[in-house]
Design a protein around this ligand. Sequence first.
Ligand SMILES: Nc1ncnc2c1ncn2[C@@H]1O[C@H](COP(=O)(O)OP(=O)(O)O)[C@@H](O)[C@H]1O
Ligand SMILES: [Mg+2]
Length: 359
Amino acid sequence: MNKNIGSESNKMIGILGGGQLGSMLAIAANKLGLKTHIYSSSKDSPAFNYATKYTLADYNNQIALKDFVEDVDIATIEFENIPEQTLNYISDCVPLYPNKESIFLSQDRFLEKNFIRQNGVEVADFIEINNKEDIKKWDFSLKPGILKTRKFGYDGKGQKLINSMRMCEEYFIGLNNVPCIIEEVIPFHMEVSTITTRSQDGSIEIFEPSRNIHKNHILHTSSIPSGLSSSLIEKLYEISKLIISKLNYIGVLSIEFFITNNNIKVNEIAPRVHNSGHWTMNGANVSQFEQHIRAISNMPLIKPKTLHSLEMLNIIGTDIHYWEKSNDNEDRKIHIYGKTEIKKGRKLGHVNSIKRFKK
Ligand SMILES: Nc1ncnc2c1ncn2[C@@H]1O[C@H](COP(=O)(O)OP(=O)(O)O)[C@@H](O)[C@H]1O
Ligand SMILES: [Mg+2]
């Protein structure tokens, strides 16, 4: 094994997960002269097409994992729901960025919200639901609540707006009594997110926040600029810096926020590059993917600069048929992920539309 021999450019980066985020990380690594090894349990893994090497195996396949860690110099993730034992094993063998503690925290909404609150940052009110009795602790006659599974939720999956205790009990049972939270509904007037990167020397760079619009709980558009006041943007940066530093985090961390009048609440964090950061591919001097690869492979970060106003539109489900037949032009960049299965609600690509006036 030639581990750690030679220049940075010989480095093999292991990426757990084979979706579009893995593809875009692999392309960014390649641009920097680095190699990638994608590990995924799914045959339909578009990132396999862009990687130097790939492994198709379950996340708890010990033989495949051993081969993987022997092949890579560092490891990272493109989705957070990787089994705990697997993350423990990988981080015992090679440097894992971000650290496993940050990943564990963001796998569980209850732990995540507690952590954010303990650091003096507001979140929506919430309670923990482990059994039917716990549901009585939320007074639905005072306010409705959103029942969310603590783990494995994404794109609105595993969550439901609830108006009564009976309805809550029914849904909880329907979820096979898995641990949940109930969370208050926030009457936000805007959703925004930050994409923050922390390097190995502790320096931090943040892309300007995007304004995010969701449809059916799935991200629909992310726009730059967000339209937020500069004082609110400064507060978002402060919160982002605080959270990433407290986690002793290396790499890109994404944070979703609810904005109500002049108040900020953190919705959730993702320990990885994020859909709401795809605008950076065509709207900034560096993409979130390159910035992540730079951070984890100990290369200097680039100070993010926004080049254009821009709207990122997700291509979801059968919308792909339209976009597959469309062409890029100077102001419109279409990114198709190459997934083989077209399913309702599945993210299959995105379009960055540039609005050409200098900021
Ligand atoms: N407490 C809430 N109040 C208002 N809207 C919410 C709340 N929680 C979630 N939503 C809406 O649902 C979307 C998805 O929920 P989120 O908690 O971010 O889960 P996911 O992991 O599926 O992204 C949010 O971006 C927001 O639009
Ligand atoms: Mg979310």
